[in-house]
Design a protein around this ligand. Structure first.
Ligand code: ATP
Length: 370
């Protein structure tokens, strides 16, 4: 079911707009979100399980929340919905919140939340993501339906795996058979050789200036809102990023070692400037398509990330989208080579808070929350 716009408006009508509190689960990109909220003049609330989690925030006074809600289990957030609303809380969702609560529970959380929760349905399945991104004009890695057809390097991805855990590379059917866990749901994708760039965009549906996304299909000819590029990262992945140091893949296999793709950190990157028009074209198509995903879709709101590989033909392949803040934006608490051009010190976390601030001033909060 999720939360309807009339329900959201109903909650917001009882909110004291001078006392809005930004609430976030203490993980993922919370330092950046709390810091950004503070810079935009908001009270902040940290939500955590376990004293250890809370304690380390005292090492970062610039982000340490004004208040804490300590829980035994993150699912208790559902029971605290009324309390959150009484405290005028707006929750900023991130990957860990969705993971800890479960995407169905998150959809039902009876608290105003930044962004469009409806888009999660599309983001949470590889099949639906693929449909969305292809319709949006992105080129994606090929999918191999029958493992017998593997005739070059592929990456095998398990459904619901987080941070690339358990993924493996296979060069042929024999490789595939040797490594696959058949009891799990998996997708076989062409392994795209190239450099990875994770593009952090922000879509502001309330702004009528800047790079305007043009609507298509049902919204043909309309300007839908402003698209911004805030930053770009590349993930450090263990152990694949350091694998080459031990020799060739064959040497490593002799030692029974396989590459793995577990995210351990993030680095700042910029892309060749001549690739930016294509990057914007893909992001524009993806945003325009988000309004067409289903009847009455509210489309993208706020941060999203296109996860890409650029080949030596200078072509992008998009292998995933995240329709919310990504942890890859964490290196940019103090701004990025892209966001600095427009305004110094603009992190994604702060950009979210800025958006909420503007909506409060325009009495328009329901257009950016769900
Ligand atoms: P998350 O949900 O945290 O974004 P995930 O578990 O869905 O991660 P992916 O982002 O799909 O995993 O992939 C993990 C890593 O595997 C990527 O960062 C990249 O290094 C590699 N990878 C994924 N797809 C491909 C591909 N088609 N070709 C080459 N490498 C790939």
């Amino acid at each position: 079911m999720g939360v309807g716009v009339s329900e959201l408006r109903n909650w917001l009508s009882a909110y004291d707009k001078t006392q809005i509190t930004i609430g976030v689960v203490a993980s993922h990109s919370s330092l950046q979100i709390l810091h950004g909220a503070r810079l935009e003049g908001f009270r902040t609330l940290g939500i955590a399980v376990g004293e250890n989690r809370r304690r380390y925030y005292s090492a970062f006074p610039g982000a340490d929340p004004d208040e804490w809600l300590m829980l035994d289990d993150y699912k208790q957030m559902l029971d605290y919905a009324e309390w959150f609303r009484e405290q005028n809380v707006i929750i900023i969702p991130h990957g860990s919140l969705v993971e800890y609560l479960g995407s169905d529970n998150f959809k039902e959380l009876q608290v105003p939340t930044f962004g469009n929760r409806g888009i999660l349905h599309w983001e949470s399945s590889r099949e639906r993501q693929r449909q969305w991104l292809l319709e949006g004009g992105c080129m994606m890695p090929k999918v191999i339906d029958d493992p017998h057809d593997i005739d070059g390097p592929v990456i095998v991805k398990y459904a619901g795996a987080k941070g690339g855990e358990g993924y493996f590379i296979a060069r042929d059917y024999r490789d595939f058979k040797r490594n696959v866990k058949l009891e799990e749901e998996f997708t076989i994708q062409e392994y795209v050789l190239g450099c990875r760039y994770y593009l952090h965009f922000f879509f502001d549906p309330t702004a009528s200036d800047g790079f305007q996304v043009r609507g298509k299909k049902s919204k043909e000819g309309q300007n839908l809102g402003r698209l911004e590029l805030l930053s770009m990262d590349r993930r450090d992945e263990s152990n694949v990023d350091e694998f080459y140091k031990l020799g060739s893949l064959r040497d490593l296999r002799e030692m029974s070692l396989e590459p793995s793709f577990v995210v351990t950190g993030n680095q700042s990157v910029v892309i060749r400037e001549s690739l930016l028009p294509k990057a914007f074209e893909m992001a524009e198509g993806t945003v325009a398509e988000s309004f067409e995903l289903e009847e009455g879709s509210r489309g993208m709101i706020g941060p999203f990330c296109l996860e890409t590989i650029v080949t030596d033909k200078l072509e992008f392949r998009v292998f995933e989208i995240s329709a919310r803040i990504v942890a890859g934006s964490n290196p940019f608490v103090g701004g990025s080579p892209y966001s600095d051009i427009n305004e110094p010190f603009m992190s994604t976390g702060r950009r979210i808070a800025r958006s909420i601030r503007k909506a409060i001033d325009n009495d328009d909060l329901d257009s950016i929350l769900s």
